[in-house]
Design a protein around this ligand. Sequence first.
Ligand code: NAP
Length: 241
Amino acid sequence: MLVTGASRGIGRAVALELGRRGFSLALNFRASADAAEALRAEILDGGGEAFLLPFDVSDRGACRAALEAFVSEHGAFWGVVLNAGITADAPLATLPGEDWDRVLRTNLDGFHHVLAPLVMPMVRLRSGGRIVTLSSYSGLHGNRGQTNYAASKAGLVGASKSLAKELAKRAITVNAVAPGFIETDMLAELGEGVAGQVPLRRIGTAQEVAALVAFLFTDEAGYITGQAIEIDGGLGIGSSG
Ligand code: NAP
């Protein structure tokens, strides 16, 4: 099982939850090597299996090289959680082109960079499979100051639904999970006061997202594919009432 962006936040919670459920894990990260090593140690302490697999998801060549080497040594992944993502928020009129590019390259191009090398080995396993991508409330509904991020997250939904159609006959499911405000380093960048916008009147936890992602890896979830599942305290309903 590969989790990208596993060193912090939602990816870390997903890795811990999948580790608890007995999945062997490849923990991807870009910069936070100490945090990733601490996570690996925690999974090993719990009796699980985990490997560090650092690469930058925005770098197509680096992804292919790292993933092909890992698969040839350890075998194909049965499951992938495409979680790594970044924000660089600003109103469009003042958004630097470089920030448009790096958000799209990481969040959306990462879909191709990571999954293209992994799909055929997964198909050849002939045991089905699971792919979960992390989209966002912004990708489904838009958000002021996030044209770049929303475009990348909307793109992930389209890519995930299309891949779901491509892989359904192989019993590989592909779903997008679309969180609202979740308490992580990324949310800290949005500042105070966001909980008041949420119908449930609180921000969510990484563990709550991890529980949903982990459910998609169960046998019970085997008939769910091509979905964008919102986990946002009701934010996507519209009015907070
Ligand atoms: P976070 O706390 O900022 O953590 C981001 C993770 O992604 C880190 O482990 C980071 O690793 C990794 N990462 C970033 N760029 C990378 C790259 N180029 N290559 C490899 N890894 C990279 O973010 P989060 O809040 O947990 O968000 C996780 C996912 O959920 C993202 O896709 C985000 O868009 C989505 N999401 C989050 C929220 C929210 O409210 N938090 C809401 C909706 C959607 P390093 O530290 O090593 O760079």
